[in-house]
Unconditional design. Sequence first.
Length: 171
Amino acid sequence: MKKLITGALTLLVLGTVVSCKKETNTQSSVSTDTLATVLPKDSTVTPKTDSATVTAASTNATVDIITKNEGKYPHDVKLFEDKSFAERVKKLVGKEYDEMLKNFNVESPIVSDNGIYKTHGCKQHDCPGYATSIYYDSKNDNLNVSIDKNGKISEFLEKGKIAVSETLKNK
């Protein structure tokens, strides 16, 4: 019985090792053209799209992730995992993005006032030391990010400053 179990276990482990090993063949380019691309054999190439189409799609997705989740927390709706939203914020805040994301621990839900949406996040155990407010104007498709580091506020404006009401600021 012991030999049977050992043999079965050995076959299982051997089968797993063999099935996990996959050989990736790449095609080499012998061309001297600097634009030649070498892709793995099973790679797929996506067709190029018009930038206007991509912008429209990303705009709609940003609107949806924010406007359709009012009252929900960014973590619950995976706000920063949404590709179109994350790309817009990264483009807007640049090198500050990683630090902002790392310190977006204590969150407020997404709230709105008159078509302007807000969410807020800050560093756990140090909210006044590092805080981020994200505003989205759904009427003008405009995104603003405000990062407060120990009282020094940096504002990142996509299409100009969004006029935020006192009501929204205090939510």
